[in-house]
Design a protein. Structure first.
Length: 309
């Protein structure tokens, strides 16, 4: 893929990841580069994984795979706006039917990944919990990571803290019964197209092996955060609860009932906790992190059951 000649229409960045979106051909190219504080480089899928993912034909969605260009990953996608935009504001391009189609397709695609791709193609557990576990052990990192570590550890208490570390350790070491995972599905990686079945899911960057319902639960953690934003009613944010329910219902419909609700719930807890860490480390301190600590404690106590649809 050649470098796009047209200037970016959107750019956003943290210390972990920088993204620029350029018009390219009939669609767009999303260019992801490591942020200044990212501890590991970005990596494209190896040839066997790429071949396995390319061969999949999930209903209602395309898996968009990256090409490595220098230190960056390039994804060809149909549009410039991820579904995650709805978590912070309305967007006229994110029509309910398009969002529902993309998320229903995402659910179906995750289910297909778990059943149609050999688990042996992935050799490690999911990267998010591994990153969280490293920070919980070391207590270090950029920006507000050390301060957040001190505060959250004190507020959660020893029992909750150790329980989360056990969940992370199991995901990193107990791989024998795991399935092939997307590894880090995100509302920020779901892009709608111009038809309900024209969306795509950025894939291949974080492939892993683990419990079959991890991917689903990880995405549910983002819905927990979306619900928190809705309930907060921050002045200036124009959010529609109907967008939330449309998206969640579509994802659940496409994926189906999780075989292991406990595994899905724990994954949701880890997603919320990891995102809180990532914000502290790669963006900086924000008072809402204190609200996150309260929610994380609640989630740990019911093993993420409140996140399940």
């Amino acid at each position: 893929m050649t470098q796009p000649a047209v200037s970016a229409v959107q750019e956003f960045a943290t210390g972990f990841l920088r993204t620029a979106i350029h018009p390219y051909g009939p669609g767009y190219v999303w260019i992801r580069r490591p942020g200044d504080d990212r501890p590991v480089p970005l990596s494209a899928p190896d040839a066997p994984v790429r071949a396995a993912l390319t061969a999949l034909r999930p209903a209602g969605l395309r898996l968009a795979l990256p090409e490595a260009v220098g230190d960056a990953l390039h994804y060809q996608v149909p549009g410039p706006v991820p579904v995650a935009k709805l978590c912070v504001s309305r967007d006229v391009s994110l029509l309910p039917g398009l969002v529902a189609g993309a998320l229903s397709g995402t659910g179906a695609a995750l289910r297909l990944l778990h059943t149609a791709v050999p688990a042996s193609l992935a050799v490690s557990g999911p990267p998010g919990p591994a990153r969280l576990a490293s920070w919980m052990h070391e207590g270090t990192g950029p920006r507000a990571a050390p301060a957040f570590h001190t505060i959250v550890r004190r507020q959660l208490g020893t029992a909750r803290w150790n329980l989360v570390r056990e969940w992370c350790h199991a995901l990193a070491t107990d791989l024998s019964g795991g399935v092939f995972l997307h590894g880090a599905p995100s509302l920020g990686s779901v892009v709608v197209g111009d038809a309900p079945d024209g969306g795509c899911l950025l894939s291949g960057e974080d492939v892993a092996r683990g419990p079959a319902d991890f991917d689903f639960g990880w995405l549910l953690g983002e819905f927990v955060e979306w619900r928190m934003t809705l309930l907060r009613r921050t002045p200036g944010l124009d959010l529609d609860p109907d967008d939330f329910h449309t998206a969640l219902d579509a994802l659940a419909h496409g994926y189906g009932a999780p075989a292991d609700p406990v595994a899905a719930g724990r994954a949701a807890v880890l997603r919320v906790f990891t995102h809180a860490h990532d914000f502290a480390a790669y963006m900086g301190w924000h008072p809402e992190l204190l609200e996150y600590i309260v929610k994380i404690a609640e989630l740990i106590d019911d093993e993420g059951a409140q996140a399940l649809p």
